[in-house]
Design a protein around this ligand. Structure first.
Ligand SMILES: [Zn+2]
Length: 140
């Protein structure tokens, strides 16, 4: 399988590496909407969050706070967003799971639009029940 992130991990494509261990790889994003934006990913080719094992998730997220502190110290950022996209409709363009560590600065002009409806409590409760029920059916 040809995957640009696997090639970076294998050293076959250029990468500005921030961190690596057996399970986790982190490098500067080639697109830098704000400086010091980093991508963190599992070293194994995992397409998305749905296919990430609990062990891989634990290894991946265990190192995220340390990288975030490194970004903060290096960039002087005053905020940081974590973004992780699954599927084309969520904006995923490279199908090797990755977490964006996105440093933020006061008045940096970056906007995420989280506006939306505020459903009644019974509607929220129904959605919560649906998800909880679906999780029980999940054997992975
Ligand atoms: Zn890959």
């Amino acid at each position: 399988m040809s995957c640009i992130f696997c090639e970076m991990i294998e050293g076959e494509a250029p990468a500005s590496v921030v961190y690596r261990d057996e399970d986790v790889f982190a490098a500067l994003d080639i697109v830098q909407p704000n400086p010091h934006k980093v991508l963190v990913m599992p070293t194994r080719h995992v397409p998305d969050l749905y296919t990430l094992s609990e062990g891989e998730a634990a290894a991946l997220f265990a190192v995220v706070p340390r990288i975030a502190r490194g970004i903060r110290r290096a960039s002087g950022c005053t905020g940081l967003n974590i973004l992780q996209s699954n599927g084309r409709d969520a904006g995923q363009t490279v199908f090797h799971l990755h977490i964006h560590l996105f440093p933020r600065f006061r008045d940096d002009g970056v906007r995420f639009d989280w506006s939306g409806e505020m459903p009644e409590r019974d509607v929220l409760d129904d959605m919560a029940r649906d998800i909880a029920r679906a999780m029980q059916a999940d054997s992975s």
